[in-house]
Design a protein around this ligand. Structure first.
Ligand code: ADP
Ligand code: MG
Length: 204
């Protein structure tokens, strides 16, 4: 099993109100699986993805990732797991718009003392895999939505994560570009990466 959630609860505090969002969420995944999480807007999909991605903590329950009890991890350990093992693809891309494509893709490696030469080489491989080598020196804010999504996928895979989490990765794209992005995720899954995609598109 690559990940397991047991009895996960998460509330948000809105003023004096406690808003329960996740209530007893249980599921597990085997390595190499590819699943979609579906549900209407506001049902807690992003909240769940943030917990899975170690970006956020939960109130109750257990989350094991690759055998590790995430409750027992310090913030620093969670940051390391996030950086080494998880590739995040966010709906709003979460890129640095005034920086170049290759800079954005190298970013996850700035935190772990990878030599610059290796950073550049690994980023170039990821750009090749996502079909955007020709854009490497362009600033991100000069790109189309589909190109930005490719940059965020390149950044997500540059460190060969075991898990990719994608939050509505096609939500902001036209349908043809959306299909290309989904094909790219399928290919990464065929290479053995476990993938979770949040969507409300039944076709996906
Ligand atoms: P989804 O991704 O399925 O649309 P979210 O996980 O973003 O749903 O949100 C689930 C619920 O939690 C919504 O009611 C939302 O308003 C609330 N919520 C999300 N983030 C916060 C937050 N940081 N503070 C308070 N409430 C939040
Ligand atoms: Mg959401």
């Amino acid at each position: 099993m690559i990940l397991e959630l047991k009895g996960i609860y998460k509330d948000y505090q809105q003023g004096k109100m406690t808003v329960p969002v996740l209530k007893d969420v249980n599921f597990s995944m085997e390595e190499g699986e590819y699943v979609a999480i579906m549900g209407p807007s506001g049902s807690g999909k992003s909240t769940l993805l943030h917990i899975l991605g170690a970006l956020d903590r939960y109130d109750e329950g257990d989350y094991f990732l690759d055998g590790q009890d995430m409750n027992q991890c310090s913030d620093k350990e969670l940051a390391k797991i996030r950086n080494d093992s998880i590739g995040l693809v966010m709906q709003d891309f979460a890129l640095l718009g005034d920086k170049t494509v290759i800079f954005n893709v190298m970013l996850p490696m700035f935190f772990d003392h990878t030599p610059f030469k290796d950073m550049k080489r690994l980023a170039e491989i990821a750009l090749q895999e996502t079909g955007i080598s020709n854009l490497k020196n362009k600033k991100v804010n000069q790109l189309s939505g589909g190109q930005k999504q490719r940059v965020s996928i390149a950044r997500a895979i540059v460190k060969r994560p075991m898990l990719i989490l994608a939050d509505e990765p096609t939500g902001a794209l036209d349908s043809k570009t959306g299909i290309e992005i989904m094909d790219m995720l399928s290919n990464l899954n065929k290479e053995g990466i476990t993938i979770i995609v949040v969507t409300h598109d039944r076709d996906i």
